[in-house]
Design a protein around this ligand. Structure first.
Ligand code: OXD
Ligand code: MN
Length: 596
């Protein structure tokens, strides 16, 4: 169906008869006044045409087709390279619903302000209508979103990160129930940058940015902030978690979900290659960033990955840290803010092979190895379809999802936190997740290296009051007959010489194996004040290089002095959330203090 109103030129077919959608698109056209509207269908032909247009406009550079087939390069505005938490709002009807960890403004005032900024903002531009699914077609957990954007980079990235195009109309039908996301780049001015959520309206408005985490509205905005709000209302969970499947040599598959803060290795863990000693073991990726989880009819917790692609941090990716990611991004990837070499390939700090003698850095400036600043921005990213992943789990498209046997919380901590321990039970596990602290990374603007409380790695992503979020976690236990066991890991503990003690990456399989065995009730453990830890010789170290039992002891050591400080420093979060903090968590903290 061709759709024409208000003398504006439209191209592409709108492919939908959904009246609510058509009306909303028309209203937004009236507000933003684009010269043209383009309805995306998600086809290959469309991808070719839009990619050529993006190249012609200089938004993308085509990379060397011999070295990086199907890959493109993008540079963002240097003022726009990461998520901006200070510009991110959750505008629920009352401030209390958003809670003290979110920025809030009255929804009516915020709509007025944003509509003011968007008025006429697409003059001279095309407005793209991007329908998409978060989740596999036909899953009861899947949600439909539509993003209206004036960024061709966003359209091409959404095509990678979601199931985009006509397929979304199949799930939507004539329903009015879809996420309305509006994205206007404006002039990419940090002064006019707002990422605003209206969970009660299932709506998001993002202006003034073109950085993925702020503008690929299916990801952090719908899948986490709005998703967590809907999950609480509808009895499911939206979590900042990777999902993986561990397959034993006998073919037993165990599914694990793990929450680590941004840029703390979720993608690497999700694609882990077991060391040679683990002959016959295999790790499969379901997802690398987001899990939507719901109790199944058998009383287990079932998870889907709502995304269809990976938006991963590039620096440090190499054949030792993540050989599967190296293969995954060898084709069909959009690279943002890495360095560009003279033969039109990409380079980043920590890449395999030689450092180029010169290249263009992420800003487009001439760079040589003597330069002080890195060639690739520390938060440079790839966007790549999950189907490129050689260890993509076939279950990634299963509408029923996979049953989760273990949940892992992980943090980046130079001190205090042992390599691994297991919660005594679900409530204790919720307390461990709720009090997670981690060193900040380049994924968000500001404070890199500082420790902050990041409950369940959801601090920047929880779409409602964090105290209510903890209560929701506690309530979920009542809906589960067979709850997953809960663990905490820390790959980043350092010794007195400031060196990481644990080799990490593939060797994390050793920790994962213990977790899997515990989940099946077959591995030995010892009780400590923090929880269960691997019993003597339970932890399999065969074949590990340059690592001794005594280092393992140091990694697992519990320093009473450090833990007293740790428990004291939890006070700040607890006081902040106190009015809505479940009393169970206060009790858990008291229990820990008495055990210590
Ligand atoms: C991400 C993030 O991009 O957490 O996944 O910032
Ligand atoms: Mn993330």
């Amino acid at each position: 169906m061709k759709h024409e109103t208000h003398n504006m030129t439209k191209i592409g077919n709108c492919n939908t008869t959904n009246a609510a959608l058509i009306r909303w698109v028309e209203e937004t056209m009236e507000l933003c006044q684009p010269d043209r509207v383009y309805w995306c269908d998600g086809s290959e032909a469309e991808k070719e045409a839009l990619t050529s247009e993006a190249v012609a406009k200089g938004v993308l550079i085509r990379l060397n087709p011999e070295k990086r087939p199907g890959c493109y390069y993008h540079r963002s505005n240097p003022n726009d390279v990461a998520r901006v938490e200070q510009c991110t709002y959750v505008c629920t009807p009352t401030e209390d619903e958003a809670g003290p960890t979110n920025n809030w403004a009255p929804p009516a005032d915020m709509y007025q302000k944003l509509h003011g900024l968007c008025r006429g903002a697409m003059q001279g531009r095309t407005m793209y209508v991007v329908p998409y699914l978060m989740g596999p077609l036909g899953s009861p957990l899947t949600k439909v979103g539509v993003e209206l954007t004036d960024s061709i980079y966003v359209v091409l990235s959404m095509r990678v990160m979601t199931r985009m195009g006509k397929i979304a109309y199949e799930q939507l039908g004539e329903s009015r129930d879809f996420n309305r996301g509006l994205h206007c780049m404006l002039d990419i001015n940090a002064e006019r940058r707002y990422i605003v959520h209206f969970p009660q309206d299932n709506a998001v408005i993002s202006v003034g940015s073109n950085y993925g985490g702020n503008v690929l509205l299916g990801k952090k905005c719908l899948s986490l902030r709005i998703g967590s709000y809907l999950g609480r209302k509808e009895g499911w969970m939206a979590e900042h978690m990777l999902i993986l499947g561990v397959e034993s040599p006998q073919g037993e598959k165990t599914y694990v979900a793990a929450a680590f803060p941004s840029a703390c290795g979720k993608t690497n863990f999700a694609m882990l290659v077991p060391p040679a000693h683990f002959k016959g073991w295999k790790v499969w990726t379901l997802g690398d960033d987001i899990a939507w989880m719901k109790p199944g009819p058998d009383g287990r917790l079932y998870a889907i990955n709502p995304e269809a692609g990976y938006f991963g941090v590039v620096p440090g990716t190499n054949s030792q840290s993540n050989p599967n990611a190296v293969k995954t991004i060898s084709r069909d990837a959009i690279f943002t803010n890495v360095a560009l070499t003279s033969d039109l390939d990409v380079w980043w700090e920590g890449k395999d092979g030689d450092v180029p003698t010169e290249c263009l850095d992420w800003r487009g400036n001439h760079w040589t190895p003597g330069c002080k600043s890195p060639a690739a921005h520390p938060n440079s990213r790839f966007a790549v379809p999950m189907t490129n992943n050689p260890v993509l789990a076939p279950e990634a498209n299963d509408p029923n999802g996979v049953p989760i046997s273990a949940i892992i919380f992980g943090a980046r901590r130079a001190h205090t936190m042992p390599l691994v321990f297991e919660a005594f039970d679900w409530i204790h596990g919720v307390y461990i997740g709720a009090t997670m602290g981690s060193e900040m990374t380049a994924a968000a603007v500001g404070g890199v290296g500082q420790i902050r409380r990041d409950p369940m790695a959801m601090l920047p992503f929880c779409g409602y009051n964090m105290g209510d979020y903890f209560a929701h976690w506690l309530k979920m236990r009542k809906l589960l007959k067979h709850p997953p066991r809960i663990f905490h890991v820390n790959w980043f503990r350092k010794d007195a010489h400031d060196k990481f003690m644990w080799p990490g990456f593939g060797e994390n399989m050793r920790v994962l194996k213990w977790i899997v065995d515990r989940a099946h009730g077959r591995a030995d453990a010892q009780e400590t004040p923090l929880g269960w830890v691997p019993g003597p010789r339970t932890f399999d170290l065969t074949g590990i290089k340059n690592f001794s039992e005594s280092t393992l002891e140091k990694l697992q050591a519990i320093s009473l002095e450090e833990w007293r400080k740790e428990v004291m420093s939890q006070e700040e979060l607890f006081l902040k959330l106190y009015p809505r903090l479940p009393k169970e968590l206060i009790f858990q903290r008291e229990l820990l203090i008495s055990r210590l």
